[in-house]
Design a protein around this ligand. Structure first.
Ligand code: GAP
Length: 448
């Protein structure tokens, strides 16, 4: 039974994430801090797998995309040039009665407080989302700096550096994974809208006349990625094309890839045609040429950019929502005892633990551990689990989404084989020790 859409799924998921060490509130012992989340052992393993998969598919497997790891704090002029200091804000209003603060575009009736119903609201005013800090010992405006609000701006700033050292010609892309910060007015829906989050962005530079073809190419590539690697079906993915009214003045096209979260459809990724806006602005503000010399055409011009931009945390949240399921399991071998189980049907390639090795008895620990080390040595994220009954251990592995459990029993010593238990079907298969690595590879889609 898939649990998506049922009331309370988010509450169950949030509680599982805390109980099993995926995600929990930052600074919890101090009462937490709104919009900030920590990833525990399984959460960080999942998050790193998501990043590794994206990096592999977007950078390592492509000859025409280069990587970058830039600083979080840049020269403050970067954010003047990008327009963030001027325009990057939401309209908000305060309720004079209950003191709650709301984003106007998220209010059903902008004349009434959604919290207490009062109509005593302040006039809407703009609220800038950039997080400010100071660099150096003097805390004044001359030393003000900002935590980046998107990872792509340094990509534009470093355009020539990366192009020259990467020996790239148009068309080519530059990709980065890293933290971004936004002082969101209303962080909500678990990690969906956080104040500190990570983005995976790729800026693809091309000739303007080819840009719509690349826009369509990247839309299709990104959709393929979600279907093929993350297992998102047609029922949970859709495209929202930005209409003329939603487009930035410099953009020819933009779309959101949306995911169906338990709280409704929400943006997972944006594919944006950014025109020549960013490079032109950095040229204007820095006084440095951002033009590209096209040898074939013997002309200089500012390349057009098509961007793919997705949040790591949102991808992790989508994966967790898509994975959450409840069904019944047999806790005894003969099927005498059935109980409800929670199972996280995470894709094998990104599951925090891909394989758990479970010796049936403590007496088998030594031989089983040998096998565990061999499996781990092949690059699978693995766990050796020896405590509790076998049924309890399966339940625990189901809850953290381990696709395959390898059970080492007394027969294994005799027949040189182990039992592979499939998380989703709970089916069991006897496999020779010599074949375990290849069978796992096939079932899990490999390693990252
Ligand atoms: N460079 C373009 C850009 O940043 P965006 O639509 O503002 O575009 C891109 O953000 C992606 O970053 C979103 O689709 C989402 O996955 C993620 N994201 C944005 N704001 C976020 C937030 N407050 N919390 C978590 N993820 C966020």
């Amino acid at each position: 039974m898939a649990a998506r859409g049922e009331r309370g799924v988010m509450e169950k998921l949030v509680s599982l994430c805390k109980r099993r060490g995926f995600i929990f509130q930052s600074s919890e012992i101090y009462g937490g801090i709104n919009g900030f989340w920590d990833y525990g052992p399984y959460g960080v393993a999942l998050k790193r797998a998501v990043e590794a998969l994206w990096w592999r598919e977007m950078v390592e497997f492509r000859d025409n995309v280069e990587g970058l790891d830039s600083t979080i704090i840049c020269h403050p002029r970067v954010w003047e040039a990008s327009g963030h200091l001027d325009k990057f804000g939401d309209m908000m209003t305060d309720c004079r009665s209950c003191k709650a603060r709301h984003r106007v575009d998220q209010m059903e009736d902008p004349s009434k407080c959604p919290n207490c119903g009062s109509d005593d609201l302040t006039p809407p005013r703009e609220f800038n989302l950039m997080m400010k800090t100071f660099v150096g010992p003097v805390f004044d405006e001359d030393h003000a700096a900002y935590l980046r609000a998107e990872t792509c701006q340094p990509i534009f700033v470093d355009f020539h550096q990366v192009r020259i050292t990467g020996r790239q010609k148009l068309p080519f892309g530059i990709a980065q994974i890293g933290k971004a910060f936004r002082n969101e007015i209303n962080p909500r829906n678990f990690t969906f809208r956080s104040r500190e989050f990570s983005q995976m962005e790729m800026e693809f530079f091309c000739k303007d006349e080819d840009s719509m073809r690349w826009f369509e190419y990247w839309r299709d590539e990104r959709l393929r990625y979600y279907r093929e690697f993350l297992g998102f079906g047609e029922d949970v993915l859709r495209i929202h094309d930005h209409g003329p009214g939603e487009l930035a003045h410099y953009a020819k096209a933009a779309l959101d890839i949306e995911f169906k979260f338990p709280f409704g459809w929400g943006e997972l990724e944006g594919v944006h045609h950014r025109g020549t806006w960013d490079l032109s602005r950095h040229q204007e503000f820095s006084g440095e040429s951002m033009e590209y010399f096209d040898q074939e055409a013997n002309s200089r011009y500012i390349p057009t950019c098509v961007e793919t931009s997705v949040g790591v945390d949102r991808t992790v949240l989508a994966l967790l929502c898509n994975a959450y399921a409840e069904d019944t399991a047999e806790t005894k071998k003969e099927g005498k005892c059935e109980d409800e189980r929670v199972v996280m049907r995470l894709p094998g390639l990104v599951a925090p633990v891909q394989v758990a090795v479970l010796p049936l008895s403590k007496k088998l620990a030594e031989s089983a551990e040998k096998l565990y080390r061999a499996i781990r040595g092949r690059g699978f994220r693995s766990e050796f689990d020896i405590t509790g009954s076998i049924g309890k251990r399966y339940r625990r592995q189901d809850e953290i989404g381990t696709p395959v459990c390898v059970t080492f029993d007394f027969d294994s010593l005799e027949d040189g084989a182990v039992t592979l238990r499939d998380r989703d079907s709970m089916g069991q298969e006897r496999v020779a020790l010599s074949a375990v690595g290849d069978v796992l590879s096939k079932r899990l889609g490999g390693t990252l």
